[in-house]
Structure formats: C-alpha cells, structure tokens
Ligand binder design. Structure first.
Ligand SMILES: [Zn+2]
Length: 332
C-alpha cells in the first residue's frame, strides 16, 4: 500500500486499482482531509459521529461542538503550531475547495454582499444522503464565525449558477455590441483622414518652431554685430522665446491627439477577452477568472456581479455616446 498507509499506519481504502503506481498518488481531497485532521497532531477525537441504529447501520455526523477532543494522546506527526497555522490558512484563504477537493469555479470571487467575506458551499440539509444533493452557498461569517455578525445569505447552487451564466452571457453580448458600434462609428477612413491632418499640422508647427529658433539666433548675431541695440535684442529675443513656448505646447497637444487616433484603430485587449467566450453554454473557472471581479450574494436571493474592465466598458460607452451625439446633431 501507499505511503500514507505505511507511514500513517492508517488503513485508507484506495479507490484506485491496488497497484504500486497508483498507491503513491495523492488526491486533493485526501490532502485536505489530512490537513484538517486533528489526529495528526496527536489528539484523539471521539463522538465525531454516532450510529443511529445498529440494524440500519446509518452513521450521522455530530456537530463539531459536540466532539470530545483529548489532546496529546499519541506521538504527533506534525507539531501543533504548524497544524494550527495550516488551519488558520485554510480558514483565511479566500479560495475554498469543494468537498471533493476540487476548486469551486467561483473560488475567490463569491462574496457576501453585506460583510464582503467569502461564501461557503454546503449540502442542503433536506437533501443530505440523497443521491443527488442540492448544494447551497451561505455567508462564511454567519456559518463559521458568528450568527450575530452577519445573516445567512443562503442561495441554492443551481439558482446561483443559472443567474451567473445568464449575466455573463448578457455582459458578453453587451461588450460585443459596443465593439461593433465602436467599429461602425470609428469610420476607418475618417480616422485616417484625421490622422493625416494631425500629422500635417504637427509638421507645420515644427517648421514654424524652427523658423522662430533661427530668428532668435540671428537676432543675437545682429546684436553682437551692432545692428540692433541691447534693448531691442532683449525685446525681440523675449518675443521669439514666447512664440517657441506656445508652439511647443501646441505640438505636444497635437501629438497626444494623434496617439488617441492610433489607439482607436488598434484592437482592445479587454474586448477580445469577452469575445473569446462568445456562445458559451456553461461556466468555467477560466471564464469567471477572466471576466469577473466579484459576485456579491444578497440576503434576498439577488446577486450583484462586478465584472472586470468596468472602467474600459464605461469609457467605450461614453465614446459611443459622444460620437453618436455628433451624428445625431449633424442629421438634425
Ligand atoms: Zn455576510
């Protein structure tokens, strides 16, 4: 048998074939259960569960509060400090594992709308022991810390899933729509024309700047040669300096506008992230990670989703509004 059976002297039942190469594989659920098990730091736990009937042989779990824990009963495998650190880390980390050890697709993104702490997944009590149990999410503060600190925020897993899927699909279609409108309103020819005229203006201003610079230089030479007196020199010189300063500002402004024009033509990375998931029929961890910042569950079974790239989306809408405004006023 595997390492865990040899070293931990526990008779784990392997679900995989009893083969050497399988025996040493660890699955996440086992690791999680070992991390959580107080037995490994030398304690003995009794009353963890009870048989309700010897005939039916049905075993039910006792609530944690009723467990009888006798500390330091045997040689610990890990020291208590490490064990407690691990427990704290498991409780504190935002990313919670499912009971089967896999990560929830919402891990790190599903929060209670009121206390902003993560939601915890649990089997609905009505369905315990049934072949296909319903899962619920509930506020972890309420479930694990104190019932005085927050309320339950209970929501059924399947209802939550459908709501998120619907919202994600809607958001994707909105982003795709806005992308289409941007492409329509930013007429490529118009952008190209604007770019050309900006480039021309920049060139003109740069020529003018060079002219002023030369005039300033020759003014200095004139003064040195005695063509103009000192008072005139300072007066002329100051006027050239002022003109050059103004031109510099104008050139900078035009260059910024040109950069804006160029960014309009390049594809927006954030839009591509949404477009990638066009036509999805189910949710995945990647979709949630890529598109969603946080999902907030309210007490009344309502959810609020904060999508990623909200600022970019707002800017895009404002851009479209501004550009449509021009079109409408020119038609009217
Ligand atoms: Zn809460």
């Amino acid at each position: 048998m595997g390492y865990r059976n040899k070293v931990l002297n526990q008779n784990f039942k392997l679900k995989r074939p009893n083969d050497e190469k399988f025996a040493y594989l660890w699955d996440p659920a086992t690791i999680l259960s070992i991390l959580k098990s107080q037995v490994y730091c030398g304690d003995v736990i009794q009353s963890k569960g009870k048989l309700i009937s010897y005939k039916v042989h049905k075993h039910i779990k006792n609530p944690k509060e009723e467990w009888v824990i006798v500390k330091n009963m045997h040689e610990p495998i890990i020291d208590r400090e490490t064990f407690e650190k691990v427990q704290k880390a498991l409780l504190d980390r935002d990313v919670k594992a499912n009971q089967d050890g896999t990560l929830s697709i919402y891990a790190g993104h599903l929060k209670c709308a009121d206390c902003k702490m993560s939601m915890t997944k649990r089997v609905g009590s009505k369905y315990k022991g049934k072949p296909r149990p319903h899962y619920h999410y509930a506020c972890s503060t309420y479930c694990r810390k104190s019932k005085d600190l927050c309320t339950k925020h209970l929501i059924r897993d399947d209802i939550l899933y459908e709501a998120i899927l619907k919202a994600v699909k809607l958001q994707i279609s909105l982003v795709i729509d806005i992308d289409t409108v941007i492409k329509e309103t930013t007429n490529t020819k118009q952008v190209d024309f604007r770019k050309e005229s900006l480039k021309n203006s920049i060139k003109k201003q740069e020529i003018e700047y060079e002219k002023q610079r030369k005039l300033k230089k020759s003014c200095y030479e004139d003064w040195k040669l005695g063509v103009i007196d000192e008072t005139d020199y300072y007066e002329y010189n100051q006027s050239y300096v002022n003109k050059m300063k103004k031109l510099e500002e104008q050139i900078l402004y035009l260059k910024e506008e040109l950069m804006e024009c160029e960014s309009l033509k390049s594809n927006n990375e954030w839009i591509e992230k949404f477009k990638k998931y066009e036509n999805i029929t189910e949710l995945s961890r990647n979709i949630i990670d890529d598109l969603i910042d946080n999902i907030y569950v309210h007490e009344d079974n309502k959810i609020t989703i904060k999508f990623n790239y909200e600022d970019e989306y707002k800017t895009a809408i404002e851009y479209v509004k501004a550009n449509n405004g021009i079109e409408i006023s020119s038609v009217g």
